[in-house]
Design a protein. Structure first.
Length: 332
């Protein structure tokens, strides 16, 4: 306590110098806090925007491609995905491509109506869902507009779809299939605005084969659990995509930015430390006579060093508190 009292008294004798040093440290501390707060604020705002504009609980699962060979997802693997914790629904899908007679491209998603509705929570602008086993389809909002504009096809109309097939020697031929548009989805601002949904059994009959799935859509019950579910999916040898990738990209970008910010903050700390060192070196040189008298009356070298270090400590504490208070006031 005597050392602290003596250190405080010494600081009071050099008020202007100590005040300038404390001010420099306070500015450095405030800058560090401000930089960290700014970075985390930007991160939080970006993630909040993604959460508002995207569906974070929807995960799209694909098989991994090995040497340009893709192994489709089996029903057994779909059951494994459905059994994962926090997964509330799963909808396997296989994709196909048709065209109208006027060559309007149709991206087909072959699904089971009840499963896809549980996952996507479909909302219809008009019409209704297709019947199981029927040659019917539901079109996305953008595709519905395109078909009306280019083909004159509206809800309730039946049209001819051209299905391209290849024989054993690779020669293409087109087969005609009649499909009825029974519904149109409301705008979703995603890939489902541009596709046509048809029943999976119907799609298998059109192609003449019952193959595996190239996509599985999963619904997760909690956005905070998405990354743990994704880790388990990748552990099964599958790939997962979705809006969560935007959050991962934001976190990676902000981590890199924060490293740069912290380097600048480190420089501020070094400058603050140098300011304290300069102040104390100057103080020691000015007090050589006083230090000599102190040691002559019985003070040891360690006592003198301890006295100087306590002065450094007090300057650092005062500067840190002042910097924290300064930044706290600015954040308000």
């Amino acid at each position: 306590m005597d050392c602290l009292r003596l250190s405080a008294r010494q600081l009071r004798t050099k008020r202007l110098r100590v005040a300038l040093t404390v001010l420099g440290i306070a500015i450095g501390v405030a800058a560090i806090i401000g930089i960290v707060a700014l970075g985390e604020g930007i991160r939080s705002q970006a993630i909040e925007t993604i959460q508002t504009q995207s569906d974070l609980t929807l995960i799209e699962v694909h098989p991994q491609t090995d040497q340009n060979v893709t192994q489709l997802i089996t029903r057994a693997r779909v059951d494994q995905l459905r059994s994962l914790s926090h997964v509330t629904a799963a909808a396997p899908v296989f994709t196909d491509s048709y065209a109208t007679k006027k060559q309007t491209f149709l991206q087909i998603l072959a699904v089971k109506g009840d499963e896809i509705d549980q996952v996507l929570r479909l909302k219809y602008a008009s019409g209704e869902v297709f019947s199981p086993g029927a040659y019917e389809g539901v079109v996305g909002a953008d595709l519905s507009t395109m078909l009306q504009r280019n083909e004159g096809i509206r809800i309730g109309d039946t049209f001819i779809a051209m299905v391209r097939e290849y024989d054993v020697v690779g020669m293409p031929s087109d087969r005609e299939v009649s499909l009825k548009v029974v519904g149109a989805l409301g705008g979703r601002e995603d890939q489902f605005d541009r596709v046509m949904l048809i029943d999976m059994e119907t799609a298998a009959l059109i192609r003449g084969t019952d193959r595996g799935y190239d996509t599985v859509f999963l619904r997760v019950d909690d956005p905070d659990q998405v990354f743990s579910v994704v880790d388990r999916i990748t552990g099964m040898g599958l790939e997962a995509t979705g809006a969560f990738e935007q959050i991962r990209a934001v976190n990676q970008f902000m981590d890199a930015i924060m490293i740069v910010f912290m380097l600048f903050a480190l420089f501020a700390l070094v400058v603050g430390g140098l300011m304290i060192t300069t102040t104390m070196i100057t103080s020691v040189y000015e007090r050589t006579r006083e230090i000599g008298i102190t040691m002559a009356v019985g003070a040891s070298e360690n006592d003198v060093i301890r006295l100087v270090l306590y002065e450094c400590l007090l300057i650092g504490i005062i500067g840190g508190i002042a910097g924290g208070s300064l930044e706290s006031c600015s954040l308000r």
